[in-house]
Design a protein around this ligand. Structure first.
Ligand code: OGA
Ligand code: MN
Length: 297
């Protein structure tokens, strides 16, 4: 095995965000290569690979090295005609089913603006996402970065009293909450049923590294047993703490980058770009093995 993983920012973030070179991940991996990438994920939380000319089939094959894949059922139009063929590929683009840039007021576009809020993928599903793998197929000329926040470092930096207060808390996550933050409320009764809140622990222990992290997302809109305004104020403070610039790294996309992140240890968000340009990203998602409620605390 010849590939290397180096910290993207060795001075300020030696343990968050790695850049992988010397491997073509569009080809089948050996078991040792897959294990080394998983170890890199445990260490860095986010890995960046350049020049990986994926199509959906090769991206699915690479992703399957790391576990069972999720369906893209968090989509607003799940069950309806979609642009991408495989139900295991999330359409993270600003394109409609005819491959045209969506109109400014397109309901799907407005829903997808929720990605601009800090989140962890599929925290609104009972069994949430482990890894997300995002392939940059077409990139706008400027903007459209993806930012990542290190939720292990954010947890470690809390004072002992706050750690103890967070430890037993269970949050309720739903896409209805994150979209309400943006003033999007255009949900059908069916959407409301599909997006019913699920419970997640606020503090998670990583199953392979044993490290604790804050499990936050803009989808978290309630804490079990707490009055809603108090829960929201508390979660807002935690989000503000966890997304300080010292915990954040930004990825500037180049076409054919593949960025892979561990949703158990990080949050992320999309940054704006010129809405008239095409931004076409395809995401595959590896599911966790169990809900956070069933995970060892
Ligand atoms: C995602 C996501 C951010 C981006 O794919 O899950 O949140 O920059 N993407 O597109
Ligand atoms: Mn996301």
């Amino acid at each position: 095995m010849t590939f290397t993983i180096r910290p993207i920012d060795p001075v300020s973030r030696p343990l968050f965000g790695g850049e992988v070179s010397g491997i073509d991940i569009t080809r089948p991996l050996s078991a040792d290569e897959a294990k080394a990438i998983a170890r890199g994920m445990d260490q860095f939380g986010v890995l960046v690979f350049h020049d990986q000319h994926f199509d959906d089939e090769t991206q699915l094959a690479f992703s399957r090295n790391f576990g069972t894949l999720e369906e893209a059922s968090g989509d607003l139009n799940w069950g309806k005609a979609r642009r991408l063929e495989s139900p295991l590929v999330n359409d993270i683009s600003n394109l409609d089913n005819d491959n045209q840039v969506m109109a400014r007021d397109d309901r799907k576009r407005l829903f997808s603006l929720g990605n601009r809020l800090w989140h962890s993928d599929s925290s609104f599903k009972a069994v949430p996402a482990k890894y997300s793998l995002l392939s940059g197929r077409r990139i706008p000329g400027a903007g459209g970065n993806t930012e990542f926040a290190d939720m292990r470092a954010a947890y470690d930096a809390l004072d002992d009293e706050t750690k103890a207060e967070c430890e037993p808390l269970i949050c309720e996550h739903s896409q209805l909450y994150s979209r309400a933050l943006l003033g999007f409320a255009d949900f059908t009764d069916d959407d409301r049923r599909r997006f019913a809140p699920v419970q997640q622990r606020l503090v998670r222990r990583h199953p392979s590294t044993g490290r604790k992290s804050l499990y936050l997302a803009s989808h978290a809109g309630a804490i079990v047993g707490w009055p809603v305004p108090e829960a929201r104020a508390f979660l807002r403070d935690l989000n503000e703490h966890a997304t300080q610039r010292k915990f954040v790294c930004a990825h500037e996309w180049k076409q054919w980058d593949l960025v892979m992140w561990d949703n158990r240890a990080t949050m992320h968000r999309a940054r704006p770009f010129n809405a008239a340009e095409v931004r076409d990203m395809h995401r595959t998602t590896v599911a966790c093995e169990r809900s956070t409620m069933a995970e060892a605390a």
